[in-house]
Design a protein around this ligand. Sequence first.
Ligand SMILES: *[C@@H]1O[C@H](CO)[C@@H](O)[C@H](O)[C@H]1NC(C)=O
Ligand SMILES: *[C@@H]1O[C@H](CO)[C@@H](O)[C@H](O)[C@H]1NC(C)=O
Ligand SMILES: *[C@@H]1O[C@H](CO)[C@@H](O)[C@H](O)[C@H]1NC(C)=O
Ligand SMILES: *[C@@H]1O[C@H](CO)[C@@H](O)[C@H](O)[C@H]1NC(C)=O
Length: 453
Amino acid sequence: MEIPVFILHFCIYVLTTLVVAFDLNGIELDTAVQRRAPGLEAPAKLWWAKEITPDFHVAGRLTDRQIKYAAEGGFRSIVSLFTYETDDAGSFGGEYLPTSAEAWAVSHLGGLQYVALLGQGDDWASVDAVQKLAAVLPMLNRPILLHCDRGYTITFVTLMYMANQTRYNPDYEPKIYSDNFYRITAAMGLDFTDPDVKAVVANITGEEIVENPPRHNCEPDEWLDFWLAHPISRLWFAAGQIRQCDIKMLEAVGFKVVINMRLGNKNNGKPSQEPVTLLNVRDGIPTYGNETTPPRQDLNTLEKTKIHRHQSTEYVGHKSKLNFEIENPSEFGDDIGYNEENERKLFEKSSLKYYHIPVAPDTNYTAEMFKEVKDILLEAGQQGPVLLHCGDGRRVVYFGVLAAAITEGKDLKWALKRTKELGFEVSPELSPDVYKLYCSSLDLKKTTNKDEL
Ligand SMILES: *[C@@H]1O[C@H](CO)[C@@H](O)[C@H](O)[C@H]1NC(C)=O
Ligand SMILES: *[C@@H]1O[C@H](CO)[C@@H](O)[C@H](O)[C@H]1NC(C)=O
Ligand SMILES: *[C@@H]1O[C@H](CO)[C@@H](O)[C@H](O)[C@H]1NC(C)=O
Ligand SMILES: *[C@@H]1O[C@H](CO)[C@@H](O)[C@H](O)[C@H]1NC(C)=O
Protein backbone atom coordinates (compact mmCIF):
# COMPACT_ATOMS: atom_id res chain seq x y z
CA MET A 1 0.00 0.00 0.00
CA GLU A 2 1.26 3.44 -0.86
CA ILE A 3 1.02 6.16 1.72
CA PRO A 4 0.45 9.60 0.20
CA VAL A 5 3.48 11.85 0.64
CA PHE A 6 1.59 14.55 2.51
CA ILE A 7 0.50 12.04 5.15
CA LEU A 8 4.07 10.91 5.55
CA HIS A 9 5.18 14.52 5.91
CA PHE A 10 2.47 15.12 8.42
CA CYS A 11 3.57 12.11 10.47
CA ILE A 12 7.17 13.25 10.44
CA TYR A 13 6.03 16.72 11.48
CA VAL A 14 3.99 15.33 14.39
CA LEU A 15 6.83 13.06 15.41
CA THR A 16 9.47 15.79 15.40
CA THR A 17 7.15 18.12 17.27
CA LEU A 18 6.58 15.46 19.90
CA VAL A 19 10.23 14.61 20.22
CA VAL A 20 11.19 18.27 20.51
CA ALA A 21 8.47 18.98 23.04
CA PHE A 22 9.63 16.03 25.10
CA ASP A 23 13.25 17.10 24.79
CA LEU A 24 12.40 20.65 25.82
CA ASN A 25 11.13 19.51 29.19
CA GLY A 26 14.24 17.43 29.66
CA ILE A 27 16.67 20.31 29.14
CA GLU A 28 18.77 20.91 32.22
CA LEU A 29 19.73 24.56 32.52
CA ASP A 30 23.10 25.74 33.71
CA THR A 31 21.60 28.48 35.85
CA ALA A 32 20.65 28.46 39.52
CA VAL A 33 17.02 29.08 38.66
CA GLN A 34 15.22 29.61 35.37
CA ARG A 35 16.27 33.18 34.62
CA ARG A 36 13.81 35.83 33.57
CA ALA A 37 14.58 38.37 30.85
CA PRO A 38 17.28 40.62 32.34
CA GLY A 39 16.50 43.98 33.90
CA LEU A 40 13.54 43.56 36.29
CA GLU A 41 10.97 46.25 35.48
CA ALA A 42 13.28 48.31 33.27
CA PRO A 43 15.01 46.02 30.77
CA ALA A 44 16.12 48.90 28.53
CA LYS A 45 17.92 50.45 31.51
CA LEU A 46 19.15 47.32 33.27
CA TRP A 47 19.80 44.72 30.56
CA TRP A 48 23.36 44.23 31.91
CA ALA A 49 22.27 42.99 35.36
CA LYS A 50 22.72 39.22 35.51
CA GLU A 51 20.18 37.27 37.48
CA ILE A 52 21.43 34.54 39.80
CA THR A 53 18.13 34.26 41.67
CA PRO A 54 15.14 36.64 41.67
CA ASP A 55 16.70 38.35 44.73
CA PHE A 56 20.36 38.40 43.64
CA HIS A 57 21.60 40.02 40.44
CA VAL A 58 25.27 40.70 39.71
CA ALA A 59 27.11 43.44 37.83
CA GLY A 60 30.41 45.27 37.46
CA ARG A 61 31.31 48.65 38.90
CA LEU A 62 28.44 51.08 38.43
CA THR A 63 28.23 54.66 37.22
CA ASP A 64 25.89 57.15 38.90
CA ARG A 65 23.41 56.64 36.10
CA GLN A 66 23.46 52.86 36.48
CA ILE A 67 22.77 53.18 40.20
CA LYS A 68 19.76 55.37 39.39
CA TYR A 69 18.60 52.92 36.73
CA ALA A 70 18.86 50.15 39.35
CA ALA A 71 16.50 52.13 41.58
CA GLU A 72 14.10 52.87 38.72
CA GLY A 73 13.99 49.24 37.61
CA GLY A 74 12.98 47.88 41.00
CA PHE A 75 16.18 47.03 42.88
CA ARG A 76 16.00 47.94 46.53
CA SER A 77 19.63 47.55 47.65
CA ILE A 78 23.13 47.65 46.27
CA VAL A 79 26.02 45.62 47.67
CA SER A 80 29.46 46.65 46.52
CA LEU A 81 31.96 43.90 47.23
CA PHE A 82 34.79 46.43 47.53
CA THR A 83 35.07 49.79 49.20
CA TYR A 84 36.24 52.51 46.82
CA GLU A 85 38.07 55.21 48.77
CA THR A 86 38.49 58.83 47.71
CA ASP A 87 41.66 58.04 45.75
CA ASP A 88 39.86 55.18 44.05
CA ALA A 89 37.38 56.91 41.76
CA GLY A 90 37.53 55.02 38.50
CA SER A 91 36.74 55.38 34.85
CA PHE A 92 34.99 53.16 32.33
CA GLY A 93 35.88 54.27 28.81
CA GLY A 94 36.08 57.81 30.17
CA GLU A 95 32.83 57.61 32.17
CA TYR A 96 33.31 58.49 35.85
CA LEU A 97 32.96 55.67 38.38
CA PRO A 98 32.05 56.99 41.83
CA THR A 99 33.75 56.22 45.13
CA SER A 100 31.74 54.28 47.73
CA ALA A 101 30.81 57.48 49.54
CA GLU A 102 29.48 58.98 46.32
CA ALA A 103 27.72 55.75 45.35
CA TRP A 104 26.10 55.70 48.79
CA ALA A 105 24.79 59.24 48.30
CA VAL A 106 23.39 58.49 44.83
CA SER A 107 21.80 55.28 46.10
CA HIS A 108 20.02 57.21 48.80
CA LEU A 109 18.71 59.79 46.34
CA GLY A 110 17.19 56.84 44.46
CA GLY A 111 15.81 55.24 47.63
CA LEU A 112 18.26 52.32 47.65
CA GLN A 113 20.21 50.85 50.54
CA TYR A 114 23.95 50.72 49.87
CA VAL A 115 26.60 48.58 51.56
CA ALA A 116 30.29 48.11 50.75
CA LEU A 117 31.66 44.82 52.10
CA LEU A 118 35.43 44.51 51.90
CA GLY A 119 38.17 47.00 52.56
CA GLN A 120 41.05 47.52 50.16
CA GLY A 121 43.48 44.65 50.36
CA ASP A 122 40.98 42.12 51.71
CA ASP A 123 41.02 38.75 49.99
CA TRP A 124 37.92 38.25 47.88
CA ALA A 125 38.15 34.50 47.25
CA SER A 126 37.93 33.74 50.92
CA VAL A 127 35.71 32.25 53.57
CA ASP A 128 35.79 35.66 55.23
CA ALA A 129 34.24 37.45 52.23
CA VAL A 130 31.38 34.95 52.15
CA GLN A 131 30.78 35.40 55.88
CA LYS A 132 30.69 39.18 55.49
CA LEU A 133 28.07 38.88 52.77
CA ALA A 134 26.02 36.51 54.95
CA ALA A 135 26.16 39.04 57.79
CA VAL A 136 24.74 41.98 55.80
CA LEU A 137 22.08 40.17 53.77
CA PRO A 138 19.44 40.03 56.56
CA MET A 139 19.53 43.85 56.78
CA LEU A 140 18.95 44.50 53.11
CA ASN A 141 15.72 44.89 51.16
CA ARG A 142 15.45 42.69 48.09
CA PRO A 143 15.98 42.38 45.16
CA ILE A 144 19.65 43.24 45.55
CA LEU A 145 22.13 44.31 42.89
CA LEU A 146 25.53 42.96 43.94
CA HIS A 147 28.62 44.24 42.19
CA CYS A 148 32.40 44.26 42.12
CA ASP A 149 34.66 45.60 39.36
CA ARG A 150 33.72 43.24 36.54
CA GLY A 151 30.97 41.02 37.94
CA TYR A 152 33.48 38.22 38.46
CA THR A 153 34.39 38.07 42.13
CA ILE A 154 30.91 39.03 43.29
CA THR A 155 29.44 36.08 41.36
CA PHE A 156 31.84 33.83 43.22
CA VAL A 157 31.02 35.26 46.63
CA THR A 158 27.25 35.20 45.98
CA LEU A 159 27.23 31.60 44.76
CA MET A 160 29.50 30.53 47.63
CA TYR A 161 27.09 32.14 50.07
CA MET A 162 24.36 30.04 48.46
CA ALA A 163 26.56 26.94 48.61
CA ASN A 164 27.13 27.46 52.31
CA GLN A 165 23.39 27.86 52.83
CA THR A 166 22.86 24.65 50.88
CA ARG A 167 25.29 22.89 53.19
CA TYR A 168 23.92 24.10 56.52
CA ASN A 169 20.29 24.95 55.87
CA PRO A 170 18.25 22.02 54.52
CA ASP A 171 15.39 24.31 53.45
CA TYR A 172 17.56 26.57 51.33
CA GLU A 173 16.71 26.89 47.63
CA PRO A 174 18.13 26.93 45.02
CA LYS A 175 20.81 24.44 45.99
CA ILE A 176 24.39 25.14 44.95
CA TYR A 177 26.97 22.33 44.99
CA SER A 178 30.47 22.30 43.45
CA ASP A 179 29.07 20.55 40.44
CA ASN A 180 26.47 23.12 39.41
CA PHE A 181 28.65 25.98 40.65
CA TYR A 182 31.15 25.24 37.87
CA ARG A 183 28.46 24.70 35.25
CA ILE A 184 26.65 27.93 36.16
CA THR A 185 29.80 30.03 36.10
CA ALA A 186 31.07 28.46 32.87
CA ALA A 187 27.70 29.26 31.26
CA MET A 188 28.19 32.87 32.40
CA GLY A 189 31.62 32.94 30.76
CA LEU A 190 33.44 33.01 34.12
CA ASP A 191 36.44 30.87 35.05
CA PHE A 192 37.00 29.77 38.66
CA THR A 193 39.24 26.83 37.88
CA ASP A 194 42.39 28.27 39.46
CA PRO A 195 43.68 25.76 42.09
CA ASP A 196 43.51 28.24 45.01
CA VAL A 197 39.96 29.17 44.14
CA LYS A 198 39.01 25.51 43.72
CA ALA A 199 40.29 24.89 47.25
CA VAL A 200 37.99 27.60 48.62
CA VAL A 201 35.05 26.08 46.76
CA ALA A 202 35.83 22.71 48.34
CA ASN A 203 36.21 24.30 51.78
CA ILE A 204 32.82 26.01 51.59
CA THR A 205 30.84 23.21 49.94
CA GLY A 206 32.52 20.56 52.08
CA GLU A 207 32.98 18.51 48.92
CA GLU A 208 36.05 17.14 47.17
CA ILE A 209 38.10 19.42 44.94
CA VAL A 210 36.65 19.07 41.45
CA GLU A 211 39.35 17.80 39.13
CA ASN A 212 38.27 18.90 35.68
CA PRO A 213 35.45 21.38 36.03
CA PRO A 214 33.81 22.70 32.84
CA ARG A 215 35.46 25.83 31.54
CA HIS A 216 34.01 28.44 29.20
CA ASN A 217 35.62 28.99 25.82
CA CYS A 218 34.66 32.62 25.25
CA GLU A 219 36.92 34.83 23.22
CA PRO A 220 38.41 37.22 23.97
CA ASP A 221 39.43 35.59 27.24
CA GLU A 222 39.25 39.00 28.93
CA TRP A 223 35.80 39.81 27.54
CA LEU A 224 34.84 40.58 31.13
CA ASP A 225 36.53 43.96 30.90
CA PHE A 226 33.29 44.73 29.08
CA TRP A 227 31.28 43.05 31.81
CA LEU A 228 27.94 44.32 30.54
CA ALA A 229 27.84 41.75 27.72
CA HIS A 230 26.02 38.44 27.99
CA PRO A 231 28.11 35.65 26.46
CA ILE A 232 26.10 33.50 24.05
CA SER A 233 28.90 31.19 22.98
CA ARG A 234 32.54 31.32 21.95
CA LEU A 235 32.55 34.40 19.70
CA TRP A 236 29.03 35.76 20.18
CA PHE A 237 27.87 38.20 22.85
CA ALA A 238 24.55 39.96 23.38
CA ALA A 239 23.84 43.40 24.80
CA GLY A 240 21.16 46.04 25.09
CA GLN A 241 21.74 49.68 24.19
CA ILE A 242 25.40 50.51 24.66
CA ARG A 243 26.78 53.92 25.63
CA GLN A 244 29.32 56.26 24.03
CA CYS A 245 31.92 55.23 26.62
CA ASP A 246 31.51 51.55 25.75
CA ILE A 247 33.05 51.86 22.29
CA LYS A 248 36.55 52.49 23.66
CA MET A 249 36.16 49.52 25.99
CA LEU A 250 34.95 47.20 23.23
CA GLU A 251 38.01 48.11 21.17
CA ALA A 252 40.38 47.63 24.07
CA VAL A 253 38.88 44.27 25.01
CA GLY A 254 39.32 42.87 21.52
CA PHE A 255 35.86 42.79 20.01
CA LYS A 256 36.03 43.02 16.22
CA VAL A 257 32.43 43.52 15.15
CA VAL A 258 29.36 45.25 16.53
CA ILE A 259 25.94 44.53 15.04
CA ASN A 260 23.16 46.91 15.93
CA MET A 261 19.62 45.53 15.52
CA ARG A 262 17.65 48.56 16.66
CA LEU A 263 15.56 50.44 14.14
CA GLY A 264 17.27 53.37 12.43
CA ASN A 265 15.88 56.85 12.02
CA LYS A 266 13.78 55.75 9.05
CA ASN A 267 12.33 52.35 8.21
CA ASN A 268 10.66 51.93 4.80
CA GLY A 269 10.69 55.71 4.47
CA LYS A 270 8.78 56.24 7.74
CA PRO A 271 10.22 57.78 10.91
CA SER A 272 11.16 54.89 13.16
CA GLN A 273 13.36 56.09 16.02
CA GLU A 274 13.02 53.90 19.08
CA PRO A 275 12.76 55.47 22.56
CA VAL A 276 15.91 56.31 24.51
CA THR A 277 16.18 55.70 28.26
CA LEU A 278 15.71 58.81 30.44
CA LEU A 279 16.20 59.31 34.16
CA ASN A 280 12.97 59.25 36.14
CA VAL A 281 10.93 58.57 33.00
CA ARG A 282 9.11 55.32 32.36
CA ASP A 283 10.17 53.13 29.46
CA GLY A 284 7.69 51.74 26.96
CA ILE A 285 6.16 55.08 25.91
CA PRO A 286 6.22 55.28 22.09
CA THR A 287 8.55 57.87 20.54
CA TYR A 288 6.23 59.79 18.24
CA GLY A 289 2.90 59.99 20.00
CA ASN A 290 -0.33 60.15 17.97
CA GLU A 291 -3.32 62.42 17.28
CA THR A 292 -4.18 62.65 20.97
CA THR A 293 -0.81 62.24 22.69
CA PRO A 294 2.23 64.42 21.96
CA PRO A 295 5.66 62.80 21.35
CA ARG A 296 7.43 61.06 24.22
CA GLN A 297 10.12 63.71 24.70
CA ASP A 298 7.57 66.51 24.79
CA LEU A 299 7.73 68.21 28.20
CA ASN A 300 4.07 67.46 28.93
CA THR A 301 4.41 63.79 28.10
CA LEU A 302 7.58 63.50 30.15
CA GLU A 303 5.91 65.21 33.07
CA LYS A 304 3.08 62.65 32.91
CA THR A 305 5.36 59.64 32.52
CA LYS A 306 7.68 60.32 35.44
CA ILE A 307 8.47 57.39 37.69
CA HIS A 308 8.57 59.37 40.95
CA ARG A 309 6.50 62.54 40.87
CA HIS A 310 8.35 64.14 43.78
CA GLN A 311 11.90 63.12 42.96
CA SER A 312 14.47 65.86 43.68
CA THR A 313 16.03 67.81 40.80
CA GLU A 314 19.41 66.96 42.37
CA TYR A 315 18.73 63.35 41.39
CA VAL A 316 18.88 64.25 37.70
CA GLY A 317 21.97 66.44 38.04
CA HIS A 318 23.46 69.29 40.03
CA LYS A 319 22.34 71.88 37.49
CA SER A 320 19.00 70.34 36.60
CA LYS A 321 15.89 72.46 37.02
CA LEU A 322 13.62 69.47 36.39
CA ASN A 323 13.27 66.19 38.23
CA PHE A 324 13.34 64.14 35.04
CA GLU A 325 15.61 63.91 32.03
CA ILE A 326 14.71 65.31 28.60
CA GLU A 327 17.45 63.87 26.42
CA ASN A 328 20.15 61.24 26.78
CA PRO A 329 23.06 61.80 24.38
CA SER A 330 25.25 59.30 26.28
CA GLU A 331 23.09 56.53 24.78
CA PHE A 332 22.89 58.22 21.37
CA GLY A 333 19.59 59.91 22.07
CA ASP A 334 18.46 63.16 20.44
CA ASP A 335 15.33 65.27 20.94
CA ILE A 336 13.14 62.51 19.44
CA GLY A 337 14.57 59.24 20.70
CA TYR A 338 17.40 56.84 20.01
CA ASN A 339 19.40 58.04 16.98
CA GLU A 340 21.27 55.29 15.15
CA GLU A 341 23.22 57.80 13.05
CA ASN A 342 24.89 59.18 16.15
CA GLU A 343 26.00 55.71 17.14
CA ARG A 344 27.19 54.88 13.64
CA LYS A 345 29.31 58.07 13.46
CA LEU A 346 31.16 57.13 16.60
CA PHE A 347 31.78 53.58 15.41
CA GLU A 348 33.14 54.91 12.13
CA LYS A 349 35.87 56.63 14.13
CA SER A 350 36.78 53.35 15.83
CA SER A 351 38.60 50.24 14.66
CA LEU A 352 35.45 48.16 15.04
CA LYS A 353 33.45 46.94 12.10
CA TYR A 354 29.87 48.16 12.50
CA TYR A 355 26.78 46.64 10.88
CA HIS A 356 23.24 47.89 11.20
CA ILE A 357 20.50 45.29 10.73
CA PRO A 358 17.23 46.99 11.69
CA VAL A 359 14.72 44.64 13.30
CA ALA A 360 11.45 45.98 14.72
CA PRO A 361 10.91 45.22 18.42
CA ASP A 362 7.56 43.54 17.72
CA THR A 363 8.75 41.67 14.66
CA ASN A 364 7.71 38.16 13.68
CA TYR A 365 10.84 36.08 13.26
CA THR A 366 10.42 34.22 9.97
CA ALA A 367 12.73 32.06 7.90
CA GLU A 368 12.56 34.66 5.07
CA MET A 369 13.70 37.36 7.41
CA PHE A 370 16.56 35.29 8.74
CA LYS A 371 17.61 34.49 5.19
CA GLU A 372 18.05 38.21 4.55
CA VAL A 373 20.38 38.73 7.52
CA LYS A 374 22.09 35.34 7.65
CA ASP A 375 24.96 36.20 5.32
CA ILE A 376 25.87 39.33 7.24
CA LEU A 377 25.79 37.42 10.51
CA LEU A 378 28.00 34.64 9.16
CA GLU A 379 30.39 37.16 7.62
CA ALA A 380 30.58 38.97 10.95
CA GLY A 381 31.28 35.74 12.79
CA GLN A 382 34.34 35.12 10.64
CA GLN A 383 35.99 38.36 11.68
CA GLY A 384 36.30 37.63 15.36
CA PRO A 385 34.33 38.31 18.53
CA VAL A 386 30.93 39.86 17.77
CA LEU A 387 28.84 42.02 20.06
CA LEU A 388 25.22 42.14 18.98
CA HIS A 389 23.09 44.82 20.53
CA CYS A 390 19.53 46.08 20.47
CA GLY A 391 17.54 47.93 23.14
CA ASP A 392 17.18 45.28 25.83
CA GLY A 393 18.90 42.20 24.35
CA ARG A 394 15.84 40.25 23.22
CA ARG A 395 16.14 40.63 19.45
CA VAL A 396 19.86 39.94 19.48
CA VAL A 397 19.57 36.87 21.68
CA TYR A 398 17.04 35.34 19.27
CA PHE A 399 19.29 35.98 16.27
CA GLY A 400 22.60 35.60 18.07
CA VAL A 401 21.87 32.15 19.45
CA LEU A 402 20.80 31.00 16.00
CA ALA A 403 23.88 32.48 14.32
CA ALA A 404 26.13 30.96 16.99
CA ALA A 405 24.47 27.57 16.57
CA ILE A 406 24.99 27.66 12.81
CA THR A 407 28.59 28.91 12.87
CA GLU A 408 29.65 26.70 15.76
CA GLY A 409 27.79 23.56 14.70
CA LYS A 410 25.31 23.36 17.58
CA ASP A 411 21.90 21.73 17.49
CA LEU A 412 18.36 22.81 18.24
CA LYS A 413 18.50 21.47 21.75
CA TRP A 414 21.53 23.64 22.51
CA ALA A 415 19.82 26.72 21.06
CA LEU A 416 16.69 26.19 23.15
CA LYS A 417 18.77 25.63 26.26
CA ARG A 418 20.90 28.70 25.62
CA THR A 419 18.00 31.10 25.01
CA LYS A 420 16.43 29.87 28.24
CA GLU A 421 19.67 30.39 30.14
CA LEU A 422 19.84 33.93 28.81
CA GLY A 423 16.32 34.65 30.04
CA PHE A 424 14.62 34.65 26.63
CA GLU A 425 12.91 31.29 26.49
CA VAL A 426 12.05 30.04 23.03
CA SER A 427 9.16 27.57 23.05
CA PRO A 428 5.97 26.82 21.12
CA GLU A 429 3.97 28.70 23.77
CA LEU A 430 6.12 31.75 24.49
CA SER A 431 7.57 32.60 21.11
CA PRO A 432 6.07 30.35 18.43
CA ASP A 433 7.61 32.33 15.57
CA VAL A 434 11.16 32.06 16.91
CA TYR A 435 10.57 28.43 17.80
CA LYS A 436 9.47 27.67 14.26
CA LEU A 437 12.46 29.52 12.84
CA TYR A 438 14.84 27.53 15.05
CA CYS A 439 13.17 24.20 14.17
CA SER A 440 13.49 24.93 10.46
CA SER A 441 17.13 26.08 10.73
CA LEU A 442 18.77 23.61 13.11
CA ASP A 443 19.15 19.87 13.55
CA LEU A 444 17.32 18.43 16.49
CA LYS A 445 20.32 16.88 18.15
CA LYS A 446 24.01 16.64 17.44
CA THR A 447 26.68 15.13 19.57
CA THR A 448 28.46 18.14 21.02
CA ASN A 449 31.27 18.50 23.46
CA LYS A 450 29.65 18.66 26.88
CA ASP A 451 32.12 21.21 28.21
CA GLU A 452 31.34 23.83 25.62
CA LEU A 453 28.91 26.61 26.35
C1 LIG B 1 28.30 28.74 56.70
O1 LIG B 1 27.15 28.66 57.53
C2 LIG B 1 27.47 28.35 58.86
C3 LIG B 1 26.16 28.08 59.59
O2 LIG B 1 25.28 29.15 59.42
C4 LIG B 1 28.29 29.46 59.47
O3 LIG B 1 28.63 29.17 60.80
C5 LIG B 1 29.55 29.65 58.64
O4 LIG B 1 30.28 30.77 59.08
C6 LIG B 1 29.21 29.84 57.19
N1 LIG B 1 30.41 29.84 56.41
C7 LIG B 1 30.63 30.73 55.46
C8 LIG B 1 31.87 30.55 54.66
O5 LIG B 1 29.86 31.66 55.24
C1 LIG C 1 38.32 26.37 55.54
O1 LIG C 1 38.75 27.72 55.67
C2 LIG C 1 38.84 28.18 57.00
C3 LIG C 1 39.14 29.66 56.98
O2 LIG C 1 40.18 29.96 56.09
C4 LIG C 1 39.89 27.36 57.77
O3 LIG C 1 39.96 27.79 59.08
C5 LIG C 1 39.48 25.89 57.70
O4 LIG C 1 40.48 25.10 58.29
C6 LIG C 1 39.25 25.44 56.25
N1 LIG C 1 38.69 24.11 56.28
C7 LIG C 1 39.16 23.13 55.53
C8 LIG C 1 38.47 21.81 55.67
O5 LIG C 1 40.09 23.31 54.76
C1 LIG D 1 -2.27 57.44 21.51
O1 LIG D 1 -1.22 57.08 22.40
C2 LIG D 1 -1.63 56.86 23.74
C3 LIG D 1 -0.41 56.66 24.62
O2 LIG D 1 0.53 55.79 24.02
C4 LIG D 1 -2.62 55.69 23.75
O3 LIG D 1 -3.05 55.44 25.07
C5 LIG D 1 -3.78 56.00 22.85
O4 LIG D 1 -4.63 54.87 22.78
C6 LIG D 1 -3.32 56.38 21.44
N1 LIG D 1 -4.44 56.84 20.65
C7 LIG D 1 -4.66 56.43 19.40
C8 LIG D 1 -5.82 57.06 18.70
O5 LIG D 1 -3.95 55.62 18.85
C1 LIG E 1 2.89 38.53 13.79
O1 LIG E 1 2.13 37.38 13.51
C2 LIG E 1 0.91 37.32 14.20
C3 LIG E 1 0.27 35.98 13.95
O2 LIG E 1 0.51 35.54 12.64
C4 LIG E 1 0.03 38.50 13.77
O3 LIG E 1 -1.19 38.47 14.49
C5 LIG E 1 0.77 39.80 14.07
O4 LIG E 1 0.03 40.90 13.60
C6 LIG E 1 2.13 39.81 13.41
N1 LIG E 1 2.87 40.99 13.89
C7 LIG E 1 3.57 41.77 13.06
C8 LIG E 1 4.28 42.93 13.69
O5 LIG E 1 3.69 41.55 11.88
